[in-house]
Design a protein around this ligand. Structure first.
Ligand code: CMP
Ligand code: CMP
Length: 325
């Protein structure tokens, strides 16, 4: 007969199992799932799966895991276009994987059958350059890797190695193709095309540009809307996708911005209040923007270029010489 501690442990683990089961069943019910506990009939989930019947795998998760995953996934470009039901199906289709220090997760050149979302730990992406494996990116909580092979049906473009003990969530090619791929690929290609035309970003590699595309927030504004206000704290960097805007300092016109131009970099670079106000002057304007963290991480390599223009503001006396970028 088990002693008291063992019984307590068993009771606790049974409680946890019941908790997980209750969570899962609640989930399944809310998704109008069939009686089986091992798969969800995704046909029930609306128009996104009209093409063919598809059984998404279901990996039961605790309430805590579901909450954490919802938080991580909702910040990611790949999943941001999903409807609520699609999002829940993807959530349940994720399988947790643990890796030890130095363990290989992806090998460059291999066929890819899944992508990963990092929950915990650090993983390094390495590319074979001049016969040497060189680190090209470090992935941490919330980062996604392994998406290229799925999005573009190509071999793995880099190797990925776990630097320490890490926890990742794995999404297989099948649910990815059925639920996520189309919208994610469309979003990426739309912004990649536009970003290629932005002179500031022309020195970036394709992968780095695709990371910028993923992090962009897009918004539409109307004539007269003030996008940044002089003396306020800055937290976003803007690129003009459509329309015309005008910058002024103390009411004096400084310069105009058109498609592909950028502004709002100065306060993020120098941690100073906004140096000017920028207002929409065309009937409407579409802008894409990056928050401070993405700006630091992704445009860090362009710091020299960006700072150069900052210096030009200070030395210039007329708005004419400040044609941007
Ligand atoms: P994938 O090609 O499927 O597998 C390797 C992954 O490494 C790749 O997807 C990207 O998610 C990631 N990666 C990180 N940095 C780079 C880079 N510079 N070029 C290509 N892939 C990269
Ligand atoms: P930031 O200070 O973040 O916000 C206002 C933006 O206006 C600034 O970044 C620049 O991108 C832009 N700007 C345009 N003209 C000037 C100027 N003469 N001096 C400073 N910033 C300017």
């Amino acid at each position: 007969m088990p002693d008291k501690d063992e019984r307590d442990d068993e009771a606790e683990s049974e409680d946890e199992d019941e908790d997980m089961e209750a969570d899962f069943l609640k989930h399944a019910a809310s998704m109008k799932v069939s009686k089986t506990r091992t798969s969800v009939s995704a046909e029930a989930y609306g128009q996104w799966n009209q093409k063919q019947a598809f059984e998404a795998p279901v990996f039961p998760k605790s309430r805590e895991q579901l909450d954490q995953l919802r938080d991580i996934l909702s910040r990611s470009f790949l999943f941001s276009a999903l409807g609520d039901q699609e999002f829940e199906v993807v959530l349940m289709a994720l399988e947790q994987k643990a890796y030890g220090p130095g363990e290989s997760v992806i090998l460059e050149g291999d066929d890819g059958d899944c992508l990963y979302i990092v929950e915990q730990g650090t993983l390094v992406c390495l590319k074979l350059i001049d016969g040497e494996n060189k680190p090209v990116k470090t992935c941490q909580r919330g980062d996604i890797f392994g998406e290229l092979a799925l999005l573009y049906n190509c071999p793995r473009a880099a190797s990925v190695v776990s630097q320490d003990a890490s926890l990742c969530w794995r999404l297989d090619r099948e649910p990815f193709n059925h639920i996520v791929k189309e919208a994610a690929a469309a979003r990426r290609s739309r912004y990649e095309g536009f970003l290629k035309s932005v002179e500031l970003l022309s020195s970036m590699g394709d992968y780095e540009r695709s990371q910028v595309a993923d992090a962009l927030k897009n918004e539409t504004f109307q004539c007269g809307d003030v996008i940044v206000k002089q003396d306020e704290t800055g937290d976003r960097f803007y690129i003009v996708e459509e329309g015309t805007l005008s910058a002024s300092i103390n009411g004096e016109h400084m310069m105009d911005y058109g498609v592909g131009d950028y502004f709002g970099e100065l306060s993020l670079l120098e941690h100073q209040p906004r140096a000017a106000s920028v207002v929409v002057v065309s009937p409407s304007a579409k802008l894409v923007s990056l928050g401070q963290t993405s700006f630091n991480n992704m445009l860090g390599p362009l710091q020299a270029l960006l700072t150069q223009r900052g210096k030009a503001y200070r030395t210039s006396v007329t708005s004419q010489s400040l044609n941007c970028p």
